[in-house]
Design a protein around this ligand. Structure first.
Ligand code: ADP
Ligand code: MG
Length: 735
């Protein structure tokens, strides 16, 4: 501890050379208040000699058709604005010791004209091209550097850092050069005073840089290897503390709370399995063994069941619930929507009737519980008596409202779609007695994500599909192919095929959405699909209304179901074996995969047709390497194309979600806040898998030997947790 002495690192940034009160204020707007904050403001990239070309090399590359980017360090020697017809363009000439290069702008002329001044040095990046025998870069990225920096960079290979400069800083005239100077000064003067935040043992075990060296090398790396080590240290630390919280949470469930110890008492479960019209897959049996072992043990179950769409998670859930019922407990199943809850109830009730025929000792009561605040919906609420008598309760999140009092809840199953975060699970666990909890993930979650978001859960995986499934055929087509596709749908309907026709939710308001839906529907009915029977389902309908339409579709009253919102199909519709998804690029990959999971459950060949703009469809051949060199407008199209292509290529949901994660990042996919997914500053969930695993193992090992962090070597960790993670600790109490 710092025995009362003022820590200089906690002083205001205004005392740093050339900052002062005014600039301090603008730093404060981006969260930099103290000298420490400034020292931990790391560069977004570096200029590194190994990536820089001389003008003559760049010329040589360009002439040989080189298609990538180059960075060149050069001095401005001339600039001119010129009129090209009615348009103005700006040309800036720069030179290094080997020759001249010209930068060209078609937009923002005034601004760039003011930035590039004779005698200034710049590092410019972009795609070098030859135009009338001149080396050119159009609209380059650039960073201003000093002559001095240029010299030391070129002579000693010193790496130059570049920092992101938010507009708040620009307002007080802080630019590339001045920010670099300010941070350089702070690092030189104070970085040595930064206190270590990881114990020696951890640093040694994992071969990490100490904090001071890591800070210095992050800003001014002595070489690339040390730069990589610096980043590795920060990534490790970030993941280590995060996994520590996960480990503490898991330890809490396992030691503090005592769960129900169940047994297999009667033939209930084995009789139920006999009633199934199919054999369980090996994978289903394996996960059932894992679940059963948890339920039969005293520790409360905390398990994540993962399995691709259609892998048969529902039956696994039901069998688990029967184990609880066999022990006199109630079991609850939470579905993400009302229509799904209702469907589950109907299906389960029907199966329980079959079971009763061969096992009349016990009549299992299944009840549906929905949240009905409005008077007209009052009937949907369960009476208390019914709630007490029910064995299996299916519902939406209403199940967990405070006023719902179960008789003796032994098992909770959450059929979730990333809507149920750490917080809710913690709340559930703390509700009096500790029920066993099984979370079923509808979307396959890549391993690194499940380690962080669901790291406190044990994992069960159904990695096998029921037999005799014919793989769905997926194609990607541009809009101009639609007429042909409608013909295909009409032809197939003669063979008894039914079709889902999906439009994305484009409009913000439900009213507009309804209008759009009706327009599509009317148009199809009058034109392309006039000889077929069409149904319509949309977001403005009540769930009962939706279900009615779905049932009619199942009874083949419609050939085609037009839907605007994502169809919430809980019902298996065996003959709906075509799904046509319009504007497919507007959907997330996981969503597309879910939608495709709606078909291909029967014995016929199923088709998934993705429709997108003709441009995206034409960009089909883009590969990942090319992406790095595309301008941003085109990049989006190519990204869409790559995403959609992966739907065509892969049927495996895990593979697809990994690609989605790579292209969009976890925040976009999971909605950072909802899922409890932490914002990561240093770590990349896709690229840093091994390091994440290493940090996780280290954190879990520590909690195993010192669960309350009370031993000597844990003091530092404990202090840091309390200082920086107090918010998260609410769900992961330490003593
Ligand atoms: P999901 O994992 O997407 O929730 P479901 O549980 O809805 O999948 O199962 C999809 C379909 O497969 C259902 O019609 C179900 O009855 C059927 N099914 C489940 N297990 C098997 C199996 N072992 N063999 C054949 N069909 C199965
Ligand atoms: Mg399901």
């Amino acid at each position: 501890m710092k025995s009362g002495k003022e820590n200089i690192l906690e002083s205001s940034v205004q005392y740093i050379k050339s900052v002062g009160p005014k600039r301090a204020e603008s730093f404060s707007k981006i969260g930099i208040n103290t000298i420490r904050d400034l020292i931990f403001y790391f560069p977004s990239r570096h200029l590194d000699r190994t990536t820089v070309l001389t003008v003559s090399r760049a010329y040589g590359y360009a002439i040989n058709g080189y298609d990538g980017e180059a960075t060149i360090v050069a001095k401005v020697v001339d600039k001119e604005k010129r009129n090209l017809g009615r348009k103005e363009i700006l040309k800036v000439q720069l030179r290094d010791s080997t020759g001249f290069i010209e930068c060209v702008w078609f937009q923002g002329i005034k601004y760039f004209h003011s930035v590039f001044n004779e005698g200034d040095y710049f590092a410019i990046s972009g795609k070098p091209e030859i135009n009338y025998n001149k080396l050119q870069i159009v609209h380059p990225d650039f960073d201003k550097i000093t002559e001095e920096e240029t010299q030391s960079f070129l002579n000693t290979g010193k790496i130059i850092p570049f920092y992101r400069i938010p507009k708040e800083l620009k307002q007080t005239n802080i630019g590339d050069l001045s920010l670099r100077r300010i941070i350089h000064f702070a690092v030189e003067s104070y970085a040595d005073k930064v206190e270590e935040t990881l114990p020696k043992e951890i640093i040694q075990q994992h071969n990490l840089l100490d904090l001071i060296s890591a800070v210095k090398n992050f800003h001014y790396p002595e070489n690339n290897k040390l730069f990589a080590s610096a980043r590795r240290r920060f990534k490790f630390e970030e993941m280590f503390y995060l996994e520590l919280l996960v480990a503490i949470r898991k330890n809490n469930y396992q030691t503090k709370l005592s769960g129900n110890k169940m047994e297999i008492r009667t033939n209930l479960v084995s009789d139920f399995i006999k009633t199934l019209p199919f054999e369980l897959t090996k994978a289903q049996l394996n996960v059932l063994t894992e679940i059963k072992n948890d339920m039969l043990s005293e520790k409360p179950m905390n398990r994540l069941l993962q399995g691709d769409v259609g892998s048969g998670k529902t039956i696994v859930a039901l069998i688990s619930m029967l184990i609880a019922v066999d022990n006199g407990f109630q079991a609850a199943l939470m579905a993400p929507t009302e229509i799904l809850a209702d469907q589950h109830t109907k299906n389960i009730s029907a199966m329980m009737k079959n079971l009763y025929k061969i096992n009349p000792q016990k009549e299992i009561k299944v009840s549906l519980l929905l949240g009905g605040q409005k008077k007209s919906e009052r009937t949907r609420k369960l009476s208390d008596i019914e709630l007490q008598e029910a064995d299996i309760i299916v519902g939406t999140h209403a199940i967990f409202e405070d006023q719902v009092k179960f008789k003796n809840l032994g098992l909770v199953i959450i059929d979730e779609q990333h809507r149920f975060g750490v917080k809710q699970r913690a709340a559930l666990q703390s509700k009096g007695k500790t029920p066993d909890v099984l979370v079923m993930s509808a979307t396959p979650i890549p391993r690194t994500l499940s380690m962080t978001v669901y790291g406190d859960l044990d994992l069960s995986l159904i990695n096998e599909m029921p037999k005799n499934r014919i793989p769905v055929k997926t194609v990607l087509r541009g809009e101009k192919k639609l007429p042909d596709i409608y013909k295909f749908i009409i032809d197939k309907s003669k063979e008894g095929y039914q079709t889902f026709l999906v439009y994305p939710l484009v409009e913000e308001s439900e009213k507009l959405e309804l209008k759009a839906a009706t327009t599509y529907y009317d148009d199809l009915k009058e034109n392309h699909l006039r000889n077929l029977k069409l149904g319509l389902i949309h977001g403005r309908m009540s769930w009962q209304g939706k279900e009615e339409v779905m049932l009619k579709f199942k009874e083949k009253i419609f050939d085609v179901l037009v839907s605007t919102t994502v169809i919430e199909v809980g019902i298996d519709i065996p003959d709906a074996n075509i799904i046509l998804i319009n504007d497919a690029h507007r959907f997330g990959l996981s969503q597309l995969h879910q939608l495709r999971g709606r078909i291909g459950r029967g014995s016929k060949q199923a088709y998934c047709i993705l429709i997108t703009s003709d441009e995206i469809a034409a960009a089909q051949n883009a590969n990942e390497l090319e992406l790095e060199y595309l301008p941003s407008v085109q990049l989006e199209k190519y990204k869409s194309s790559v995403r959609l292509q992966s739907m065509v290529k892969y049927l495996d949901g895990f593979k697809i979600s990994e690609i989605d994660l790579k292209l969009r990042g976890p925040g976009d996919i999971f909605g950072t806040k909802q899922s409890g997914f932490p914002e990561l500053k240093y770590t990349n969930i896709v690229d840093d898998q091994e390091l994440i695993l290493e940090a996780k193992q280290s954190a879990f090992k520590l909690i195993e030997v010192d669960p309350k962090l009370e031993k000597n070597f844990s003091v530092l960790i404990r202090e840091n947790l309390i200082k920086h993670y107090s918010e998260n600790l609410a769900y992961a109490k330490i003593a």
